[in-house]
Design a protein around this ligand. Structure first.
Ligand code: ATP
Ligand code: MG
Length: 464
């Protein structure tokens, strides 16, 4: 993409309504624009990143054997009356009437809708296990929408629902989700720690929240510092292997890690030596639940088992806050100049800054770099505008592309361009050919990532 032809409405001023750094940078970098309280328009670059996160979530869900589909955002109240949640949900549910005076609502989550599809179509244990999911806009009329996309009213969420014959099978589905979430967050360059959580209105005994540590997080968290040494890495997982998924769950959840809702100080001090006890803040980026048969009982989601007996299915639901993740990634990865995107989610793989647009050698060198990098299957963002070098660098730093290639007539006289790492700020001079090779080495193994193959951690292959 050439910046001269793109739509990137970068702001010079810091918007005063933004209280935290991710919100400020998302507005300043032209990623989002507020439409009304807690509701945002996604401008081209914000939309591009949102799509990348969505793609990663799709890939990792499908790798785990979960099946994508799409539910309507507007639902009838009748379904929600069956589960009892139409009255229970409270003012966070946005309610409306259609022209026939029927009660409708904008889905804040979708247990009822998925359970309804299930019960209308599945009658036998032979069709289990089954996990269906969607990535769809949700609406919750939050009392205090704030921090930009972190606590919006409209937000983009992956929600998945497992249907299993037995509790044991449903717990395997729970473990599978935990494993797939660990992979998902790591590919986004994030450490999200599974913490024992409170099941709240959904109910049930098994639930973990995934938290990204950040000072601006809304939850207080208590954990054993050893947890932050754990990484999922490139290990291969057979998602059908019950013991393997269980072992990962144990590895990542056996140490003390809880949100304030489940924290018990005595247990904390008994289980964790003092020098490893940490109290911090975290951003909730996902949650998994097993809740048994409570929805299937109420809504009649039954299958016949091996003996021909009709039994309610065991269910769980599992969410990832896709739009909130943009904010969480920025909270975890930025400096005083702007965002620093992890390679796995960056909107463009590198920036190319032409210091002298209109000067033939500079233009030609930039075009050649642009073509070579594009030929690798990567997307460069070429700043070909007539602007000062300082202003161009400031924009590149603000929007946070991990790598920048700077091209100017002076360097070209010596046959070199400059390659700068956004994270370290270190620059290196090299020939344009070597610069292309370097970018290829950084992203190369991930080009054309194939869903059937073990996934390199930072693949950017797109799903759509
Ligand atoms: P919270 O406690 O932050 O209100 P929740 O526990 O009610 O969230 P879930 O029902 O578990 O949320 O939804 C799954 C995920 O969706 C959450 O982990 C979070 O990342 C995201 N999410 C929930 N509410 C919002 C919101 N208002 N804005 C953006 N993302 C949200
Ligand atoms: Mg939650």
């Amino acid at each position: 993409m050439r910046l001269s032809r793109y739509f990137l409405p970068v702001l010079k001023e810091t918007p005063s309504e933004a209280k935290i750094v991710s919100h400020r940078y998302m507005l300043r970098a032209g990623l989002i624009k507020q439409a009304s309280a807690g509701i945002y328009s996604w401008l081209p670059m914000g939309f591009k990143i949102l799509r990348k996160l969505e793609n990663i979530v799709h890939q990792e869900q499908q790798r785990a054997g979960h099946i994508p589909m799409l539910m309507p955002t507007l639902q009838t109240a009748d379904l929600w009356r069956e589960s009892g949640r139409y009255d229970a949900y409270g003012p966070e549910m946005l309610r409306m009437k259609d022209r026939h005076d029927r009660d409708m609502l904008f889905s804040p989550t979708a247990e009822e809708m998925f359970t309804d599809v299930f019960r209308s179509n599945v009658t036998s244990y032979k069709d289990l296990p089954l996990t269906l999911y969607q990535i769809q806009w949700k609406f919750r009329d939050e009392i205090r929408p704030r921090f930009g996309v972190m606590r919006g009213r409209e937000f983009f969420m992956k929600d998945g629902y497992n249907f299993d014959l037995t509790k044991e099978d449903a717990l395997h589905a729970y473990n599978r989700h935990l494993v797939s979430y660990l992979r998902t967050y790591e590919r986004m360059g994030l450490q999200a720690i599974p913490m024992r959580a409170d099941s709240g209105p959904i109910g049930g005994d098994y639930t973990h929240e995934f938290l990204v540590l950040a000072e601006t997080g809304e939850s207080e968290v208590f954990y054993d510092s050893q947890i932050t040494d754990l990484t999922f890495g490139d290990r291969e997982i057979d998602y059908d292997d019950v013991a393997q998924c269980q072992a990962v769950l144990e590895e990542f959840t056996s140490r003390y890690a809880r949100t304030d809702e489940t924290h018990v100080e005595d247990e904390f001090t008994a289980q964790v030596p003092e020098d490893r006890r940490r109290v911090a803040r975290g951003i909730e980026v996902g949650q998994i639940f097993y809740f048994g048969t409570q929805y299937s009982d109420k809504m009649g989601a039954m299958v016949t088992d091996e003996n021909g007996v009709r039994v309610p299915v065991h269910m769980g639901s599992h969410g990832i806050g896709v739009s909130r993740l943009l904010g969480a990634i920025i909270e975890a990865s930025h400096d005083d100049k702007g965002i620093i995107w992890p390679e796995g989610v960056t909107p463009f793989h590198c920036g190319i800054v032409n210091l002298k647009p209109g000067v033939a050698e500079a233009d030609e060198a930039c075009d050649a770099l642009y073509k070579s990098i594009t030929a690798l299957g990567l997307e460069p963002l070429l700043d070909d505008r007539k602007d000062s070098a300082g202003a161009k660098f400031a924009t590149m730093d603000l929007i946070g592309l991990p790598w920048r290639i700077t091209v100017g007539p002076r360097g070209l006289k010596n046959g070199v361009v400059e390659v700068t790492c956004r994270r370290t700020g270190e620059s290196e001079e090299m020939t344009p050919e070597m610069a292309v090779e370097k970018i290829a080495r950084i992203y190369g193994p991930h080009v054309g990532a194939d869903l059937t193959q073990p996934m390199p951690q930072r693949a950017f292959h797109t799903w759509m």
